[in-house]
Design a protein around this ligand. Structure first.
Ligand code: GCU
Length: 422
């Protein structure tokens, strides 16, 4: 663990500057910038009503994010179908029912993802759900010995190696990030999917995940405006919504899509492309998530595209070191959630993700909520550490500590969901 930490430090201290990517962590060195207009359409019309937003401006912004940032995703496949693989009514000290559901992307069932779901046994009807991707496999989310182990798929270590790493992570290895028992006690279900089921998280030229299922004849990789890995993950989450709509234990009108870090970027994009998600929660999502790209502090567009060339669409690389030319910025991504509630969480030591830029996105998205007669962010200034702002439809907190998703974060998400769902 310490070794891993040291390698990461060495990487960031030495390798990034060598690649000509200077790091800035100094507010005073942020170059002046002008954000793209939220409420003026491409033809110059001022957007002052809900219907103008819904019919005109929202589609414009969505389409720019699709073609320039995350990439366009295909329709849900015709072969999409589901199968409940297991159901156990007596888990977590008899507090919850565990289900595992295969979401098959193809008729032949060769390509699928597995949803792991816990539902509170004490319930009067369908329950609201928190739903998001996990990093290391469904079996790492809880120590429950009966969770089916995910097939862990990672970058092969050397040529000729397999991408499949059996037993790579222990049961419950990520349980600190998934307080299932607490969600259950508060009347919420939890559902999660291993990201590698949809698209393994490394640059392999888009051969191993869901992308090839949609290639046209002769196509070998996505077009410049087609989906990268983050969009594929969001698309997978959206496919799961089709299942939640038919699961009688789930209130599909109250599904909060939640994610930490790269999965926080994903949850925001999922909320944008699929308005059935009733809430989106982004935790420490940073660059390409909640943080404004034009601030160029911590991780930048150039850095993220160099470190993770597969995350966004090819067109996004045009904006490396050219943030001012981006036709959108991330406050507009938050605005795509309106009028649904959205929560942005930051950690004060997580300067790589730019906590202030994450707050400002929420603040600058707020005028769209006003069109709906709602308060977006309920304050104008970034709040103190550990002082959540939850009165409006855009919730925000910056917590003590580092880049992670902790119990404190979840406690705020539950309170925010209580306000909006109960
Ligand atoms: C890296 C990356 C971030 C990302 C994070 C994570 O630090 O640069 O953009 O959010 O990984 O997903 O953990």
């Amino acid at each position: 663990m310490i070794k891993g930490f040291l390698i990461t430090c060495i990487f960031f201290i030495f390798l990034l500057p060598i690649k000509g990517q200077e790091l800035n962590y100094d507010e005073s060195k942020i170059p002046p910038y002008t954000l793209p207009e939220l409420l003026v359409s491409e033809d110059g019309e001022k957007i002052t009503t809900q219907s103008q937003w819904i019919e005109k401006r929202r589609p414009e912004i969505l389409s720019l994010f699709e073609t320039q940032v995350y990439g366009k995703s295909p329709q849900h496949p015709k072969g999409l179908h589901f199968e409940v693989l297991s159901e156990d009514r007596y888990t977590l000290g008899n507090m919850a029912t565990r289900k595992e559901i295969a979401i098959y992307f193809t008729e032949d069932e060769k390509h699928f993802m597995t949803i792991l779901m816990y539902i509170p046994n004490k319930r009067n009807g369908p329950v609201p759900l928190f739903f998001g991707l996990n990093f290391k496999g469904n079996h790492t989310v809880n120590e429950d010995a009966n969770i089916t182990e995910s097939v862990t798929r990672m970058k092969p270590r050397k040529e000729g190696d397999s991408e499949i790493h059996p037993g790579a992570f222990n049961r419950g290895a990520e349980s600190s990030r998934w307080p299932v028992e607490i969600l259950i006690a508060n009347g919420y279900g939890l559902a999660t999917v291993y990201r590698g089921d949809i698209d393994p998280d490394y640059d392999d030229g888009f051969q191993n995940g869901v992308h090839p299922l949609f290639y046209k004849e002769g196509q070998t990789k996505p077009e410049s405006d087609e989906w990268g890995t983050l969009a594929a993950w969001a698309w997978g989450l959206s496919c799961a919504m089709d299942y939640f709509e038919i699961d009688e234990d789930v209130d599909a009108t109250k599904v909060a899509v939640v994610g930490h870090s790269r999965h926080g970027k994903t949850s925001l994009w999922a909320g944008a492309i699929d308005q059935r998600f009733a809430m989106a929660i982004s935790n420490d999502s940073g660059c390409g998530g909640a943080a404004l790209s034009r601030r160029r502090i911590g991780e930048t567009v150039n850095k993220i595209n160099s470190l993770f060339p597969h995350w966004f669409c090819e067109n996004f690389k045009k904006y490396n070191n050219k943030e001012d030319e981006l036709p959108v910025d991330q406050h507009q991504l938050i605005a795509l959630m309106a009028p649904r509630p959205v929560y942005i969480a930051s950690a004060v030591e997580d300067l790589w993700a730019d906590p202030k830029g994450e707050f400002l996105s929420g603040l600058y998205a707020s005028p769209v909520y006003q069109l709906f007669g709602l308060t977006g962010m309920a304050v104008d200034e970034m709040p103190e550490v550990d002082s959540p702002v939850t009165n409006g439809y855009i919730g925000y907190h910056v917590r003590t500590g580092n880049h992670d998703i902790k119990l404190y974060d979840w406690q705020q998400f539950v309170k925010f969901a209580d306000r909006h769902f109960k």
